[in-house]
Design a protein around this ligand. Sequence first.
Ligand SMILES: NC(=O)c1ccc[n+]([C@@H]2O[C@H](COP(=O)([O-])OP(=O)(O)OC[C@H]3O[C@@H](n4cnc5c(N)ncnc54)[C@H](O)[C@@H]3O)[C@@H](O)[C@H]2O)c1
Length: 294
Amino acid sequence: MEIKKVFVVGAGLMGSGISQVCATAGYDVTMRDINDEAVARGMKEIEKSLGRFVKKEKISEADAKAAAARVTGTTEMAAAADADLVVEAVFEKLELKQDVFGQLDEIARPECILATNTSAISITSIAAATKRPDKVAGTHFFSPVPMMRLCELIRGLLTSDETMKAVEDWAVSLGKETVLVQKDVAGFIANRVGLAMFGVAISLVEAGVASPQDIDKAMKLGFAHRMGPCETADLTGIDVLTNAMKAIYNETQDERHWPPELMLRMVTAGLLGRKTGKGFYDYSSGEQVAYWTV
Ligand SMILES: NC(=O)c1ccc[n+]([C@@H]2O[C@H](COP(=O)([O-])OP(=O)(O)OC[C@H]3O[C@@H](n4cnc5c(N)ncnc54)[C@H](O)[C@@H]3O)[C@@H](O)[C@H]2O)c1
C-alpha cells in the first residue's frame, strides 16, 4: 500500500520531530495532541527546527515553508480516518498507548498501519489492544529526530512481512538508516546494548575504579565513540536511563539489567545530568566541567 498521509499522535519532542521529517519528505501530516497548547508547541518546534536547517543551508527557505505547510495540527483523533500510516509518540505508559491504539483501531481504515515510537514497551502488548496486530510495528526514532539517522524497526509477535516492508520503505524515504529487530525483546537493539554499557560504566564509577572523565576518554579514544557513556548518560537524563533499565529488567528478570545503586541515588538526589545542571559532570557554568572524583 502506498503511504501518502501520515497521522502522528503526540506533538512532543518525538512526535513533532517525526512530523517534521515526514513533511520534509513530502508526506501530508496531521499531528494530534490532547490540547491546543500542546499542538501549538509542537508546531512551533517544527518551525524552529526547520529554521535551523535553513540557516545551515541544508534546506531552502521555500522547501522549509512547504514542509511546514504540509503539517496540520489537531486535537481530534477522528482525523486519523484517512491516514495510511499512524505513528504514535505519546508518553511511555502501556495503558495510555493501549488506549490510543484501541481508539485508532476503531477510527483508522482497516489497511492503515499503526506504528509506535515506544522506547521500551513490547510491540506485541501494544498491538494486543487492536484487532489488527499484523499491521502494528515499532518504528523507534532517536532524538533529535531530524538529526539522528537511525530508525529501529521492530517486529511484534504477529506483525506481517508486508507491514515490516512498508515501514522500512517509509523510514528509508525519510532519509533514515534502518535496522530490523526481528524479535520483540525489551530494549530492542540500541537500548539493549547501550544501556548495558552505561550500567557497566556507571558501576566502575561506583566502585571507584575510574573517574567519569577517564571512562569517557577510554571509550572515545579506544572505541572511537563520539561521546563517552557518562556524558551521554548526562545528556539523556539519569532518570530516563534508570527507568529504561528497570523496564528491561522487569521483562527479563535478568539482574545484569538492574541499574547500579549509584544511579538510583543520583535520581533521588536530583543529579539527573544536563537538565538539572549536574550529573557525572557539572554544567552550571554552561560548560561540561569535571565534578565527580573517585
Ligand atoms: N525523548 C526521547 O529521547 C525518545 C527517544 C526515542 C523514543 N522515545 C519515545 O517516544 C514517545 C514520546 O516521547 P517524547 O519524548 O516525545 O515525549 P513528550 O513528553 O515530549 O511528548 C509526549 C506528548 O504526547 C502527548 N499525549 C499524551 N497523551 C496523548 C494522547 N492520548 N493523544 C495525543 N497526544 C498525547 C502529550 O501531551 C505530549 O505532548 C515515548 O514513548 C518515548 O519513550 C523518546
